[in-house]
Structures are given as structure tokens and as C-alpha cells.
Design a protein around this ligand. Structure first.
Ligand SMILES: [Fe+2]
Length: 373
């Protein structure tokens, strides 16, 4: 937004230039070479492809200092050698310093706090406003609920196309989930209660989202259960920092083994980004593979893992819903855990996985945040 950049304080010396923002957080301090490398002027950056064209590797590590001024919503740096001025959008400097648009999520510790209501299928599939509202729900709550979907696989494809594309896994692209299917040896295909878990703990890149469209439903039980894993992790961060530290640092292996398949991956139960923000929950005690730490560390890990389990097994944290034909549910598998109550009768879903990066991209486009980086 031209002209809307907040005040910026600038200082410099022979080695570096600093940018201070009107907040309490650390300023951004960079070298003069960094300015050249990240400039958005036409000799350094191709605005049509948004790709760097400056030759990073020939830049002088002791690039002489320039003259810095604010030029509208950019910082302009004029160089003593009369080469093209460097230009850096102030929004770019803010984003690099960790002040970019944050994730707009609302932690929910109880089902009531999730404030979700179903969106009409036709609006999500056919209107940009409906699509935006759906994406907004998923990013805020980690869950999106839709009603009025044709109870068939075509609905899965139509909904996925509003975010990205179907992800292929050992379960195929789009799949059908029903009790009694024997194609895969997994607890998802029986009628027992499934404790809240995330899918793909055994995958280096766990499925980002999981989409279900209910096709058939008779009988009792079988409610879908969702828990906000970020809310549980945040609770631990505040109330049990030792457990939080353990769960963010100890990699836990998981595996999926059936005829001809042996997948294995490991990562901490709570994964943080390099700014310390919650990035991904990985929790599936059914698929956890054996691992060993020194006995004292193992005891502490069991305690921490149990503390997290206690939170996600707490039914006051469960958002549960009895899906009927035409209902569609999408879950952010990097944030929320899902489970299912035991059931009788028929319960058939069509569904698929999506990649998390495609969802993140859709959110950025939706927020028209593309541009500076
Ligand atoms: Fe699952």
C-alpha cells in the first residue's frame, strides 16, 4: 500500500546500516553488500518474474557505504560509484525482520471457542467470497466445515481445486474410507474409537490438510473429533515449559509398514519455526516407532509426551460433529489432531490429502500479500 509504511529510523556506519521500527522488537541491521543483493531496482531484480538477477557472487564484501534516504514506501541507497540506486520496499525490511503479516490463527482450547459454522458448498466452489471465507476459517481455526456438497468424489476434486491439488500417497489420490475395506492395514478402516492424532507422522512431509466428504451414514456414534494441537502446545509452553522444551527438541520416529511399503520419518512432536512460532504438530502414538534415550531423558520424554496426550485427550478440548451425507470437513493436519468415536452402521467418506505449502500459498494470495519478497 503506497504511502502507508510506518515511520522508519535509519542509521549507518562504514560496515552496516540499521533500520529501527516503532516497536520494542530488535532493529534490522544489515551490511551494505546485503543492500545490493536484495535491491529491487531494475538492474538487480526482474519485477516480471520476481527473481533476483544481481550477481550475488561478484558483490564486494566490503561494499562502500551509500547514502540512504526514504523515498515514499521505499528506502533508496545511492552509491559512491554512480551505479544504479538500490531500492528496498519498507515492507520487505519489515518482513525480513520478522514483522511481516503474522498467521491469523485463533487458538481454541474448547469446542465453543472455535466459533465455526458450516459454509454452503456452492458458495465455496463458485464464488471468490465463499472461497476466501473458507480459507479464512481454515487458517483461523485449523478446520473448515461445509454443508450441501454432492456426496460423491467429484465434490472432493471441486473443493481441492479451490486450494491446490490432490496429493498422491500410498493411499492413492482421492480415497474412500469405510469400515471393512482391506486394501490397507490401518486402524482407520475399522469401527473402533480412534484417539486424536495427526496423519503421516511417518512422512518427511506430512500431508498438510485432509479433506473428507461424507457420502453415506447410518447408525450410531462415529462422531469426528478435532483438537487444536497448537492450543495444547501453547498451554504447555505456558504451564509446563520443561515439557514444551522436551517436545520441541526430541525427534520421535514413526513408521508405516504394510506389504511392499516401509515409510519412516522423525521430527519433534511440536515443531517451531526459526522465530519460535508453532509450525507443526506430529502426534500419533499408534504409528510411533521404538526409540531410546538415556534412561533419565527417556523418563522426562515420557512425562512430556504424556502431558501433551493428557491435553489432547481432554474431551473439553474436543470439537466433535456427526457428519451426514453432504457434509465436508477439512482439517489442517499440521495443526489439529483428529479422531473418531466408535460406531455402528455405515460410515463412508471420500477424501484426499493436500500439501501444506499449497494451502499456505493460497492464504498468501488470498491476503494479497504477494509482492515484496
Ligand atoms: Fe487419521
Amino acid at each position: 500500500m503506497p504511502g502507508s509504511a510506518p515511520p522508519l529510523h535509519i542509521w549507518s556506519d562504514d560496515e552496516t546500516v540499521g533500520f529501527g521500527f516503532d516497536d520494542e522488537a530488535e532493529p534490522l541491521v544489515v551490511s551494505w553488500r546485503w543492500i545490493r543483493d536484495n535491491s529491487r531496482d531494475a538492474t538487480s531484480f526482474d519485477a516480471s518474474t520476481r527473481q533476483r538477477i544481481v550477481d550475488t557472487f561478484t558483490l564486494d564484501p566490503r561494499q562502500p557505504a551509500g547514502d540512504v534516504t526514504i523515498d515514499g514506501d521505499h528506502v533508496r541507497v545511492s552509491w559512491p560509484d554512480d551505479t544504479a540506486d538500490s531500492l528496498l520496499p519498507i515492507t520487505l525490511l519489515r518482513e525480513v525482520s520478522g514483522r511481516g503479516p503474522g498467521v491469523d490463527y485463533a487458538l481454541w482450547h474448547t469446542a465453543e471457542a472455535a466459533e465455526m459454522s458450516p459454509l454452503p458448498y456452492d458458495a465455496v466452489v463458485r464464488s471468490e467470497d465463499g472461497r476466501a471465507e473458507w480459507l479464512h476459517d481454515i487458517s483461523r481455526f485449523g478446520v473448515g466445515l461445509i454443508s450441501g456438497a454432492p456426496p460423491e468424489t467429484s465434490s472432493v476434486n471441486a473443493l481441492v481445486a479451490r486450494i491446490g491439488y490432490v496429493r498422491q500417497t500410498i493411499f492413492g489420490g482421492t480415497w474412500t474410507l469405510a469400515a471393512g475395506l482391506t486394501e490397507h492395514a490401518d486402524s482407520a478402516y475399522n469401527t473402533d474409537t480412534l484417539e486424536p492424532h495427526t496423519d503421516g507422522t511417518y512422512s518427511h512431509d506430512a500431508p498438510g490438510l485432509q479433506l473428507f466428504v461424507c457420502a453415506e451414514r447410518t447408525g450410531d456414534g462415529g462422531e469426528s473429533v478435532i483438537v487444536d494441537g497448537f492450543a495444547a502446545a501453547d498451554h504447555l509452553r505456558v504451564h509446563d515449559p520443561s515439557a514444551f522444551h522436551t517436545l520441541t527438541t526430541v525427534p520421535v520416529p514413526a513408521h508405516y509398514i504394510e506389504h511392499g511399503v516401509h515409510l519412516r520419518a522423525q521430527r519433534p512432536t511440536i515443531r517451531l519455526d526459526d522465530m519460535g512460532n508453532l509450525l507443526q504438530i506430529t502426534f500419533n502414538n499408534y504409528d510411533r516407532a521404538p526409540f531410546a534415550l538415556a534412561p533419565g531423558d527417556m523418563d522426562e520424554w515420557y512425562r512430556a509426551y504424556g502431558a501433551f496426550h493428557e491435553l489432547i485427550a481432554d474431551r473439553s478440548r474436543w470439537w466433535s460433529t456427526y457428519l451426514t451425507p453432504g457434509d465436508a470437513l477439512i482439517i489442517d493436519n499440521w495443526r489439529c489432531l483428529h479422531g473418531r468415536m466408535a460406531f455402528t452402521g455405515t460410515r463412508v467418506f471420500h477424501g484426499c490429502y493436500l500439501n501444506h505449502e499449497d494451502f499456505e500459498g493460497a492464504i498468501r494470495v488470498n491476503a494479497t500479500a504477494i509482492g515484496t519478497m
